[in-house]
Design a protein around this ligand. Structure first.
Ligand code: NIG
Ligand code: FE
Length: 404
């Protein structure tokens, strides 16, 4: 018989995360065939009619898509544990930011850091994500706030691919905070982002997406709109940190401009939720930041469900509001604190996380999808988001290649 596939993983249960009518897109007693870097078959074992050069007996374990962490800030200099102490001694996140700490203190450290030292610390963080089954990581700039340092961050982020079995999606977040050079002139900084930085990032293909921080301590909706317009004029995707600490109607703006996601959204009002559905905008939940900032206002999960807005879950891995290098922990937090079901949480770190990055080639186990796959020694999928720090994949394939 002609060999047409490179690999067949058989005697396996699939949580495909695809819409096949079963919870988690489950297929029991299944097999998956891979040729080059894509899946060619995923289904019942007895329905596969091809043959493969190599076979792996998965011994009844569970195969899931590689996880996608669709919102991180994992390239940064310095450390902010001192602010954790300050918050516990009574200051708020906003007060610390207003006193020149917060994002700005990381900007100082990131500007001072060499690319080499940024790479080395980012590698350690990305490795922690990868070892737990993450195969795609979105990484934002936003701690440079000048072209030179923003570019340094984006280049470092992309370099992670050479050292770890992960794919990196980069996002330009120049509109994260106002740098001191533009104190009192936020509109002038927005001019700089729109006229100098975004064209440069687009020209050199340093990022696929442009993000903003729409908030009292960030930028106004009018300023964010200008950033979005510039991004779109260069064919870049847009997304936003919106409604994290107050309701400035950033989600409404972002959705109306066809943002691929709106992130945080604790203060999103229920009447704005249908707009996300209308514009195919994914709701990205970041329970790590909610937890660290000890927030009480929760995202409008029932309304998101009712209006069938896809929900993703991400770590928001960053030095200030979410120093958590574990996507499964964040999936668990989304269940415990936001009341997602385990199925919603697992879809949130696979299929819907891929949607939040507009990556159509991953997030499910199905023909033509990238062969980013992890094998787990579990009895059923909910176990992965129930126990914290219990599970690591027993085998992993990225782009069809077996990796450690
Ligand atoms: O996603 N909200 C704004 N940006 C980050 C926090 C960055 C920081 O505190 O360094 C976030 O939570
Ligand atoms: Fe963030």
């Amino acid at each position: 018989m002609k060999v047409n596939d490179d690999l067949l993983i058989h005697n396996v249960n699939l949580a495909t995360m695809a819409d096949n009518g079963a919870d988690y897109g489950v297929v029991l007693d299944a097999c998956v065939a891979i040729c080059d870097d894509v899946i060619t078959f995923a289904g019942k074992r007895n329905e596969y009619s091809g043959s493969a050069a190599e076979t792996v007996d998965a011994d009844g374990q569970w195969l899931l898509p590689g996880f996608v962490d669709c919102h991180t800030h994992l390239v940064f200099g310095g450390d902010r544990a001192d602010e954790f102490e300050k918050r516990l001694n009574g200051l708020t996140y906003q007060q610390i930011a207003e006193q020149g700490g917060g994002i700005k203190s990381t900007v100082k450290a990131t500007r001072e850091a060499s690319a080499q030292s940024l790479l080395s610390s980012a590698k350690a963080r990305a490795r922690q994500l990868a070892r737990e089954g993450v195969t795609t990581i979105e990484v934002k700039s936003g701690y440079g706030l000048n072209l030179e340092t923003e570019v340094k961050m984006l280049e470092v982020a992309k370099q992670l691919e050479s050292y770890l079995p992960v794919q990196i999606e980069t996002t330009f977040l120049g509109a994260h905070a106002l740098p001191d050079e533009y104190k009192g002139d936020a509109d002038g900084y927005i001019d700089y982002l729109c006229d100098t930085c975004i064209p440069y990032v687009a020209k050199h293909q340093l990022a696929s997406t442009v993000d903003v921080f729409c908030e009292g301590i960030g930028f106004s909706p009018a300023q964010c709109e200008r950033v979005f317009t510039a991004a779109k004029s260069h064919d870049l995707n847009i997304k936003g940190h919106v409604e994290q600490l107050s309701d400035l109607k950033g989600a409404r703006l972002a959705a109306s401009m066809a943002a691929i996601s709106v992130d945080h959204i604790e203060y999103l009002s229920v009447e704005d939720v249908p707009r996300l559905n209308q514009h195919n905008t994914v709701a990205v939940l970041l329970p790590g930041a909610f937890y660290y900032l000890n927030e009480t206002k929760k995202p409008p999960i029932d309304a998101l469900r009712e209006h069938q807005v896809p929900m993703a879950v991400a770590t928001d891995l960053n030095p200030g509001s979410s120093p958590i290098a574990s996507l499964l922990t964040c999936a668990n937090m989304a269940c415990v604190m936001f009341k997602l079901t385990p199925e919603e949480a697992l879809k949130g770190i696979t299929v819907n996380a891929a949607k939040a990055l507009k990556l159509t080639d991953r997030g499910t186990i199905a023909p033509q999808q990238r062969a980013d796959l992890c094998l787990w020694d579990i009895q059923y999928p909910a176990q992965l988001v129930y126990a914290i720090n219990h599970y690591l994949p027993s085998a992993k394939w990225v782009g069809g290649k077996r990796v450690d």
